[in-house]
Every structure is written in structure tokens, then in C-alpha cells.
Ligand binder design. Structure first.
Ligand code: PRX
Length: 658
């Protein structure tokens, strides 16, 4: 692996605006001043075991308390809270019902054609128990992996919690992935069952989820999958295979409403979630029970601090880590009311988000910069038509937010009355790592500000030395934290090499390298500068360039492909593919469209190249490595800068410029 940090970490943004923490709040907050934040940072640093141990005992329920807080004797394989027994669904449901919150609304679901479901904690517990019993009756046992391929319906959250209840790790696959991508994930994870729906509503269309599952399983392509549980959502006609297919409404409602939670070891797997990396195959990021639960719980509490009657809404899909940690586990573990929305803003309803905020009087709203930039483009007149006065806190996640979008969010959506929390984290980190705390941190537009207590983040050069203020470098985490991923499913070597051995050990310790570049300004604020590896971020969706290249090369006409990101005003980055063709194939509009369709078939619509450029050859070093840095410049129409002495054939550049 080799990164070209200089190509990306060179812009130094000059941003002098500072906004004091918000005072638009009433209630009891877990961190309410910068001093308090600093005290937590100090105590976590001086005695991490006590800090994390106390937090775990205070915030989670234990059937049996743990014996040790952290076993780091075999880095980077951490064991947190060993000896402890707990259950995440118990922490998210039973304990709240026992504490008198049974009638509180746990989930408000806003369905796409305008339906609403309000599910109390008591009702959610019953549904989760029934579903857990249904899974058991289908032969699912503790340790079996269950895949979910679902629309944004409450049954998605119910199924996740039901899996957690019986100790069956889940693997949620985003409903926008193709059947091929689903098949890869089912096989890699050795899934025993798939939970899906007949279809899902997306942007005024129906996506045929069950059909995609059938295609993934065709001809026994996923031999471990024995059953498919189907939620009826769109009433689409489906093919029904009685030997493996089961309707949710035929099996779940008749189950017992009681299901004892499995007492899980702290390090038992809670879920596997696939994400893209620098190399071809997506990685199954493994998260375990207690550490993840604690981190999702604590970070949600510190950052969003949802008060008794407040309503919180995160617009992510449960198919991504943000949906796992901040629609399901973080909010429910804290006993909060979480909103699930099936729709997305679209030309037929551009004010969809603001309508939901107005209708449900949302207090805390968490979304992605790409959405904010799209709203900015269509102007303030749309949000101005809605009453957004319930809002007190606004969050962003998934990609760097540019200061203009940050300011627009603050002024137009937050009416200058809400703090903005720009939260930096990853699938691998389990929960937020760097973020302002609304009552404690003065914010600067575009900066994720400071690491959360217990997180030892730094910006270093390739020798592991801390770089000076305003110098770009690699963003690293120097100490383990409870929510860290435990391994790459089935490939511990890849886990070690990708994340912990890319940089040299610092003072003898392995450090976690996130794949992002960052800088810290003179006041210590972190500014995330985006990926420095071969990963691109399109509308907050993380995609490996090699994954898209493999998809292109699997087309009969393609000899070679190189994919790079190009700056895009709304999406952050868009995908540009440089393609060389097999002899006897000529570039054409038809072939271009065919290649785009092929990528959609192999991966999903999120990976569709915006542009495909045909070329006779690709710029390579003498050792045959594609020089993406040059392609990035060419894709953005910039002059090729920097050293091109290693380029094998200089004529290639001239051809590509044409
Ligand atoms: O590059 C960073 C970017 O998203 C990557 C993680 O993607 P994923 O695992 O899909 O998780 C997304 C949701 C947590 C990171 O490596 N990223 C995420 N949040 C931010 C960000 N970049 C800048 N600022 C952020 N707030």
C-alpha cells in the first residue's frame, strides 16, 4: 500500500470565525462546560482503566460484572470488559421498561407515503421478543450470522435487536447494494438467514429487495443461507420459495412475547458491517458486545444529550454504521425517542426533511453535509416554509463539511440558535471520536474540534512524529477505546496491516491509522481533510476505488481501469473512471452506458461512475503502478503538478489531456 498524502493534505483553510457553545438549552446535561470536558479528558488520560471501568459499570446493565477492563496484551486485538456478561437488547429495552419508561415512545417511524407508527419501549420489547423467538424457531442459534437487507422500516431495528437478544450477530447490507454485492457479503460472513422485505420505497419508486435476494441466492450460490424472512412492505408480487421463504406476518405475531436475553460475553460479536477499503474486497468490520454498546451509549449521551421529552432524528439508513450507532443502539440504550424516516428529499418533495422536523417537533437533527449542500443549492425558500423552531442541536457526519455549508446550516436551519456538531468517525471506530460538545466547545465552521474524552487522537508524519500546528499529516488514534473494531471478519492479518501497521509504532506502541488526513490549528482544533488512501467519499458513501475498478474490469470489453474522485459541489466527490479497452472494442456512448450499468449491477447505484474516459493507456510508474495522483489532476481539469519523473511513458499524459 502506498499513500500520496502530499497530493491531498496541502490545502490550509483559513477560518477565523468562532462560535460560543449554545445557551438555548434547559435541562441536565452530561457535559456542560469546557472545564468539565477537560476534567474528563484528564481523568481518562491519567487512569484509563478506571475511567472506562467506571463508565461501563455506570452506563450498562451487567448480568455479571467484568473481571478486567482492558486486555491489551496482544495488540491490536483488544479485549474489553472480559469476564462480564451482558445483552445489548436488554440495555436498549428491558432496563428502561423496568425503570418506568415502558410507555415512553422509543421509535417514531415516518413511512414514505405518510404513515406514522409510534412504538413504545414496552411494545418494542414485545416485538423484539417475538422476532427473537421466530428466529429461534427458524433454527437460528447463538453465534449464527443473520443478514439484513431491508428498507427503513421499524422491523429493521426490531430485527437487529432480536438478533442481539439471542446472540446472533447481524450483518446489515444497505438496500442500495446490488444482488452481487449482497451475495459476496452473505458468503464472506457465512450468513445462515436473510431478513428482507418484498420491496422498499425509494424516491417515488419501489426497489425490489426480495428479487435481489433471490438473485443473490440463485443456484445455491450462498449455501449457508437456509431461510429468508420477508416483511411485507410494498405489496409487490414476489416469487415465493416455500422451502426457504417465510413471511414475517405469518411467523412473528404468533410467537411468545417473552424471550430471555442471552447472557453474552463482552467480546462476543454483536455485528459485522462491511465497508470499503483500499484493496478490492470490502472488509467485514467486527464489533463486539459490551465495548460497542458502551461507546455508542456514551458518545450519544455526551454529544446529543437528549432530554426527557426531546425528539431526536438521524437521517442515515440502518445499512450504515451511523444508522447502527445513532438510530438504533445509541438512542435506545439511552432511553431516548429516535425517529426513523423511510423517505429522502427528492424533486417531488424537496422539503421532506423540514416537513418531518415540523411534524414531529424534532429537537436534535443529525444529517450529512451532502444533504446540506443540496439544500443550499435549492435555496432557503424551501426550509423557510416550515416551522423549525423546535430544533436545538444540529449534527453532521460522513464527510468534511465546508464552512459555507456549515454556516448555512447554522443560519437557515438553526436560525443562529443551535450549536453545530461536526462529528468525525468511521465504521471501524464504532462511534464518534472527534466532535464538539454542544455546551462545552466553541466551534469553528468546518472543524470537528476536539477528541472526545478517552480518545488520544494526533496528527503525525510518516515517522510517527506529531506535526506542527497547521501542518497536514495522518490522523491517528494512539490508545485503544471500547468501541474500536475488533478485527476484519475472517482476516485478522488484514486488520493488523491495514489499520495498525501502516505507520511505525510510536514510542513502542501500535497506533491506529484511520486513512484520513488532518491538521490541527494553533488552538488545537482538528480539521479533517479527507481520505489519503484509495477510498473516495461520494455523498457520504465510502467506496474503494479498487472495488469499482474490479467491477469495470469484469466487463468483457475492458482491459484496465483506474478510478479516481473528482471534487463535486454537492456530493463532495464524484467518480471518474479511466478505462482502456480490449482490442477489437471501440469507445462509444453505448459502451459507456453499458459500463455504468455494469458497475450498478456489480456493486449498486451508489458506485455508478459519473464520467467514463476511454484511453489507450494509463499513466504508470516503471514498476507498473498506476499514478492516480496524475489522474486525479486530469479528472479535475487541473494542471498536473509535482514529480512525474517516475512516469514510464510521458506521452500518456498528452493523450489523456486530449
Ligand atoms: O473520511 C472520513 C469520512 O468518512 C470516513 C468513514 O466512512 P464510514 O466508515 O462510511 O463512516 C461514515 C460515518 C461515520 C472517514 O474515514 N468522515 C466521516 N465523518 C467525517 C468524515 N470526514 C470529515 N468530517 C467528518 N465529520
Amino acid at each position: 500500500m502506498s499513500f500520496e498524502p502530499s497530493a491531498r493534505i496541502e490545502t490550509v483553510l483559513q477560518e477565523e470565525r468562532v462560535f460560543k457553545p449554545s445557551s438555548n438549552v434547559l435541562g441536565k446535561y452530561s457535559i456542560s462546560s469546557f472545564d468539565q470536558y477537560q476534567q474528563l479528558v484528564d481523568s481518562a488520560k491519567s487512569n484509563p482503566e478506571k475511567f472506562w471501568g467506571d463508565a461501563a459499570l455506570k452506563e450498562l446493565h451487567w448480568f455479571k460484572p467484568f473481571d478486567i477492563v482492558l486486555d491489551w496484551s496482544n495488540p491490536p486485538f483488544a479485549r474489553w470488559f472480559d469476564g462480564g456478561k451482558t445483552n445489548v437488547s436488554y440495555n436498549c429495552l428491558d432496563r428502561h421498561v423496568l425503570n418506568g419508561l415502558g410507555d415512553k415512545i422509543a421509535i417514531i417511524w415516518e413511512g414514505e407515503p405518510g404513515e406514522v407508527r409510534r412504538i413504545t419501549y414496552k411494545e418494542l420489547l414485545i416485538e423484539v421478543c417475538r422476532t427473537a423467538n421466530a428466529l429461534k424457531s427458524m433454527g437460528i442459534k447463538k453465534g449464527d450470522l443473520v443478514a439484513l437487507y431491508m428498507p427503513m422500516v421499524p422491523e429493521a431495528a426490531i430485527a437487529m435487536l432480536a438478533c442481539a437478544r439471542i446472540g446472533a450477530p447481524h450483518s446489515v447490507v444497505f438496500g442500495g447494494f446490488s444482488s452481487e454485492a449482497l451475495r459476496d457479503r452473505l458468503n464472506d460472513g457465512q450468513a445462515k438467514a436473510v431478513i428482507t422485505a418484498d420491496g422498499g420505497f425509494r424516491k417515488d419508486k419501489i426497489i425490489s429487495l426480495k428479487e435481489a435476494v433471490d438473485a443473490a441466492l440463485i443456484n445455491n450460490s450462498c449455501p449457508t443461507v437456509k431461510s429468508v424472512l420477508i416483511v411485507k412492505r410494498t405489496k409487490t408480487n414476489i416469487d415465493f420459495f416455500p422451502e426457504r421463504d417465510i413471511w414475517w406476518h405469518e411467523i412473528v405475531p404468533s410467537q411468545s412475547i417473552e424471550c430471555l436475553p442471552e447472557q453474552m460475553d463482552s467480546e462476543d460479536r454483536l455485528f459485522v458491517l462491511y465497508t470499503s477499503g483500499s484493496t478490492g474486497k470490502p472488509k467485514g468490520v467486527v464489533h463486539s458486545t459490551s465495548g460497542y454498546n458502551l461507546w455508542a451509549h456514551l458518545t450519544f449521551k455526551w454529544i446529543f444529550d437528549v432530554q426527557k421529552d426531546e425528539i431526536y432524528w438521524c437521517t442515515a439508513d440502518v445499512g450504515w454504521i451511523t444508522g447502527h450507532s445513532y438510530i438504533v443502539y445509541g438512542p435506545l440504550s439511552n432511553g431516548a425517542t429516535t425517529v426513523m424516516y423511510e423517505g429522502v428529499p427528492r424533486p417531488s418533495n424537496p422539503g421532506a426533511f423540514w416537513e418531518v422536523i415540523q411534524k414531529h417537533k424534532i429537537n436534535i437533527f443529525y444529517t450529512a453535509p451532502t444533504a446540506i449542500r443540496a439544500f443550499m443549492k435549492s435555496g432557503r425558500k424551501i426550509p423557510d416554509q416550515y416551522d423549525l423552531s423546535s430544533l436545538r442541536l444540529l449534527g453532521t457526519v460522513g464527510e468534511p463539511i465546508n464552512p459555507e455549508a456549515w454556516m448555512w446550516y447554522r443560519e437557515i436551519i438553526g436560525r443562529n440558535n443551535c450549536s453545530i456538531v461536526d462529528t468525525w468517525w468511521q465504521t471501524e471506530t464504532g462511534g464518534v471520536m472527534i466532535s464538539p460538545l454542544p455546551l462545552a466547545t466553541s466551534t469553528k465552521p468546518g472543524s470537528a474540534t476536539f477528541p472526545l474524552p478517552g480518545i488520544q487522537a494526533d496528527v503525525v508524519n510518516s515517522q510517527g512524529e506529531t506535526v506542527q500546528a497547521d501542518q497536514g499529516g495522518y490522523l491517528v488514534i494512539k490508545k485503544p477505546w471500547p468501541g474500536m473494531m475488533r478485527t476484519v471478519h475472517g482476516d485478522p492479518k488484514r486488520f493488523r496491516e491495514t489499520y495498525w501497521e501502516y505507520l511505525e509504532p510510536i514510542e513502542g506502541d501500535l497506533v491506529y491509522f484511520a486513512g484520513d488526513g488532518a491538521r490541527r490549528d494553533k488552538d488545537g482544533y482538528f480539521w479533517i481533510m479527507g481520505r489519503v488512501d484509495d477510498v473516495i467519499n461520494v455523498s457520504g458513501h465510502r467506496l474503494g476505488t479498487m472495488e469499482i475498478e474490479s467491477a469495470l474490469v469484469s466487463h468483457d470489453s475492458v482491459a484496465e481501469a483506474a478510478v479516481v474522485g473528482k471534487a463535486d459541489e454537492i456530493k463532495g466527490e464524484s467518480i471518474v473512471a479511466f478505462v482502456t479497452l480490449e482490442t477489437d472494442n471501440a469507445p462509444s456512448e453505448v459502451l459507456m452506458n453499458d459500463l455504468k450499468k455494469h458497475v450498478i449491477k456489480e456493486i449498486g447505484v451508489i458506485a455508478k461512475p459519473e464520467e467514463i474516459r476511454f484511453t489507450n493507456s494509463l499513466p504508470k510508474t516503471r514498476s507498473g503502478k498506476i499514478m492516480r495522483r496524475l489522474l486525479r489532476s486530469l479528472a479535475s481539469g487541473e494542471e498536473v503538478k509535482g514529480d512525474i519523473s517516475t512516469l514510464e511513458d510521458k506521452n500518456v499524459l498528452d493523450e489523456l489531456r486530449k
